[in-house]
Each structure stands twice: as C-alpha cells, then as structure tokens.
Design a protein around this ligand. Structure first.
Ligand code: 5RP
Length: 272
C-alpha cells in the first residue's frame, strides 16, 4: 500500500484496529433531518468521541470548523431525494479534485445491489476507486437498501459487501443482521463497518446489535440517527464507544450511558 493510502487508512482505523465514524450526511437525500437541522451544533459535543465524520462537501464547508474537526470521509454520491422516483438512481456528485482540496481522508459512495440502478451504482464505485487509487484516497462503499429495509438479511448483505470489495472499496459499510452477520464479514476481504438505520425504540437495542456485530468481526460503526436523535446523544456515543474501542459489554455500556446521563463523570472501571 502506498504511503498516502496507508496514512489515510490509519487516520480512519485507529491503532486498536477499530473505528467509530459519525455520519451527518443524511441531508443529501432527506433534507433537514430531525436533530441535524444545524449540523454544527449537533456535532460539537459528539466530536471528541468520534474518529471521523461522514459528511458532504456542503455541510463540511458550512458547518464544520476546519480547525476543530476529525478526519473526513466525504460523501460523494447523490443526486436523488426521498421525494423523488428512486433513491438508487445516484451519480457521483463530487470530484476527486474537490476531495483532495477538502483534505478528505476517504470518500464514500452508495451502491444499490438488486435495484434497477445496480449497474450504474457499481460502475460509479469502479470509477471512484480508479480515481481514489490514483491519489491514495480510500473509498468506502455504502451498501444502501433505499426504502427496502427488509432487505437487511445476511445472504443479500454478504453479496453486496463482497461485490463492493471486489470492485476495490477499501472499507465497506453495511447493516448488521441478527442471523449470519459473521458470514457477511468473513465473505468480505476488506474491513466491514456497521451502519445504523432509523432510530431504534431503545438505546439497549442499539448497544446489543453493536456489541453483537463487533463480536462477529465488524471493525466499527457509522451510526448517525441512533446517536444524535437519541434524547441523550453524548451518553449514547460514549456508551457505543466503550463497546467499540474498549471491548465493553452491553451491561457496562448501559451503566456508562446511565451514569453520564445522570451527570456523573462515568464509571471508574470504564475507560471511555
Ligand atoms: C445514508 C448513509 C448514512 O451515513 C447512514 O445511513 C448512517 O446513518 P444512520 O445510522 O442514521 O443510518 O450512508 O445512506
């Protein structure tokens, strides 16, 4: 691996081999999502507990202080909206030159396997990888499911992740699934990061799936709504960080959540 590529990967994946990305790219197809109306305010208390931000160039320039940030994974696909015909009909919205200008550590793009636009999104990925490899910028492929959240089962996710890796993604972001997530990870020759999806009913559910995913080989998370739409986003991100970076149990994470929420400094036994 060339020095630049290796250096950028090291900015994203921490020395323990794990990572915790904070996605705030939702506006690119959803508009001003709840609790992300003013992204600068949303991220301010969360940045210390994040390893990288997943963000579009517009929000990066408008709402992220270049002197107080974390490594950037730049969202470079889009062109559709939740109000439009088909979310899968994406193109590449941002050039590699722009990613370099913004000092991005990686670029991220969605693929829509099984959709009408499967081929288009996969060719987008191939082109982006060609460009990224030229300049030492890793590509994170996002295995998107559009509105079809029920597609989150292991055979489908394993296929998406493998295809993304075969086309050259350096990292793949996919959904956790209850059965066979280990097969999703082992079938993918590059690191797998878990996405979140819409806000779950309880924080415990999120801690459970993050813990299970980490036990089954994922190297980290890219969770947005389940962090910043939680009523207590800082306790939530700290609890998840404890699972990801400290190998914490669900019970410890819940205790950390409760104690940070109660305004305590955190459990003495808990590092995060
Ligand atoms: C949208 C994305 C988001 O980054 C991803 O959905 C993560 O956010 P959340 O945890 O809120 O789902 O890639 O396609």
């Amino acid at each position: 691996m060339d020095w630049g590529m290796e250096n950028r990967m090291a900015q994203l994946i921490q020395a323990d081999g794990r990572c915790m990305f904070l996605p705030i790219d939702h506006g690119y197809f959803l508009g001003p999502t709840r609790n992300l109306e003013e992204p600068g305010k949303t991220i301010e208390p969360l940045l210390p507990y994040s390893d990288a931000l997943f963000v579009t160039r517009g929000v990066l320039r408008a709402a992220v202080d270049p002197a107080k940030t974390k490594p950037i994974v730049l969202r470079v696909s889009g062109g559709t909206s939740i109000a439009g015909h088909d979310l899968a009909d994406e193109g590449i919205t941002t050039s590699m030159e722009e990613a370099i200008r913004l000092n991005a550590s990686a670029v991220g793009l969605s693929i829509f396997v099984g959709s009408e636009y499967e081929k288009q999104s996969l060719l987008n990925l191939g082109k982006l990888v060609d460009e990224g490899e030229k300049y030492g910028i890793p590509v994170m492929a996002v295995t998107a499911v559009g509105r079809e959240l029920e597609q989150r089962e292991s055979r489908y996710l394993a296929m998406c992740c493998r295809i993304a890796a075969e086309l050259g993604a350096r990292v793949v972001k996919t959904y956790w699934c209850a059965d066979g997530f280990d097969k999703v990870v082992t079938g993918c020759p590059v690191p797998v990061i878990m996405a979140g999806g819409p806000q779950a009913d309880t924080e415990g559910e999120v801690m459970e799936f993050v813990h299970d995913g980490m036990q089954n080989g994922s190297i980290g998370i890219n969770l947005g709504r389940n962090v910043w739409q939680n009523e207590h986003p800082v306790p939530m991100i700290r609890a998840l960080r404890h699972i990801v970076h400290d190998n914490g149990s669900v019970q410890e994470a819940q205790e950390l959540f409760d104690s940070v929420k109660a305004g305590e400094p955190g459990l003495a036994s808990v590092a995060s």
